[in-house]
Ligand binder design. Sequence first.
Ligand SMILES: Cc1cc2nc3c(=O)[nH]c(=O)nc-3n(C[C@H](O)[C@H](O)[C@H](O)COP(=O)(O)OP(=O)(O)OC[C@H]3O[C@@H](n4cnc5c(N)ncnc54)[C@H](O)[C@@H]3O)c2cc1C
Length: 472
Amino acid sequence: MSRLRCDVAIIGAGTAGLAAERTARRAGAKTLLIDAGFTGTTCARIGCMPSKLLIAAAEAAHAVRQAGGFGLDASLGSIDGTAVMDRVRRERDAFLAGVIEQYAGLPDDVCIDARARFTGPTSLALDDGQQVEAKAIVIAVGAKPVVPASFDAVRDHILTNETIFDLPSLPASVGVIGAGPLGLELAQALARLDVEVMVFDAGDTIGGLEDQALAETLRIILEEDMPIQRGVKVVASAVAGGARIRWSGATRGERTFEKLLVSTGRAPRFDDLALQEARLTLDDHGIPEFDRTTMQCGASPIFIAGDADHERAVLHDAMNEGGIAGHNAATFPQVEKSRRTLPFSIMFTNPPLAVMGTIGRSGDIAIVRGRARYADQGRAKIARRNVGAAHIYAEAKGGRIVGAALACPGAEHMAHLLAWAIEHRQTAIELLELPIYHPTYEEGLKPALREICAAVDAPTPADRDDGFIPGA
Ligand SMILES: Cc1cc2nc3c(=O)[nH]c(=O)nc-3n(C[C@H](O)[C@H](O)[C@H](O)COP(=O)(O)OP(=O)(O)OC[C@H]3O[C@@H](n4cnc5c(N)ncnc54)[C@H](O)[C@@H]3O)c2cc1C
């Protein structure tokens, strides 16, 4: 049995682990990056990239269906599900090849092909029989889908994000369990690719959005593609050719689906990590307590990053956290606090939902909301995408922007402008003083900014005309 020694051992070679390894090595640490049978990151293999590829196919189908509205004679005919899934995999594999090349290019002796479990706060046992002694350890084990036991009877018909992209073709019908961002993105894409889709959720939120009014606006839009049953309990049973779902509530009913996509959440991959041996303080959900500015777990030599910490399960945070964790693991016991950016997430439905910063009251600070509707917005009407709304939140005193939730065309791009404005502590009035081109989706945000100015008693400058815009 061999014993390996290093400064920083990283468990998991996903986006967070790779970033942690790079920054630790750059800080002069001898690193070991441990993962079993590495076939690419979650993002490239079963996450961001294949899901966006499927969504891109759905957008193309939708565009053809919309063509008649522009006076174009285009008809979709049938959708070749095998060709759609082949393209998803082909392009996904090209992204994967890049990740695998990056992994293969790591210096000799860094990568270890094994599963790790803790045997102490600075020691690991690998499933190939080796032992690792490290000065510090980074947990970057990612997360896996949680399939409730109540679906055991229909196991053969269940899809998760780990299996859906390997389907040889598109199923005829899919029941989607869970109306969170992952479920809704894929549900709408499948529906637009002619799969019969129905979404079920025990709660009453849409994409986890706290802003009830905007969630309702988005629900109405999304229901044009597929019914969304909220506040329902479902019971699944196996029947010939699929899974039958019986649901409770005001709309109660039953329906058989060829497949069920279970997207009820993802939990950190702690099952075989023997976390108890690391002697960390765990919260009520079994997640190690950690400082989000250092990624250190308590005062221990253990750091955590990415989906494993169950906080912000998005890629840019996984990467940032990996960088912070790797650097601090290399310099431990010296650790430095890093500035974290605001929470920011995007659900790639059409229209997209982008949420960032603080929504609603923030401690003692009163917040005001400015609203903009896109039903009558100039550019949105030009593109026949005139649905949805944008809500911007600002401090009631002074109008500094603190958050936003956008469910409107262009949301994924405009969200960046607002996220940057929040990071730069800009006020609504300052944004209104910046150039905004006509006719763009950005122009549609002006009413929300003006509503904030009015609410915080910060009138738009006297030399600015706020008049009617849509056709200018
Ligand atoms: C369907 C889907 C769509 C998504 N879309 C987006 C999006 O559009 N935009 C966005 O920002 N985010 C998106 N995300 C989230 C994003 O993909 C994740 O936040 C990110 O990939 C997490 O990276 P990670 O490094 O934490 O985990 P991973 O990439 O999962 O890496 C964890 C690694 O740890 C290894 N491991 C686990 N246990 C052990 C062990 N005991 N020993 C050794 N190795 C171990 C695993 O094998 C794995 O390689 C999406 C996620 C999903 C599921």
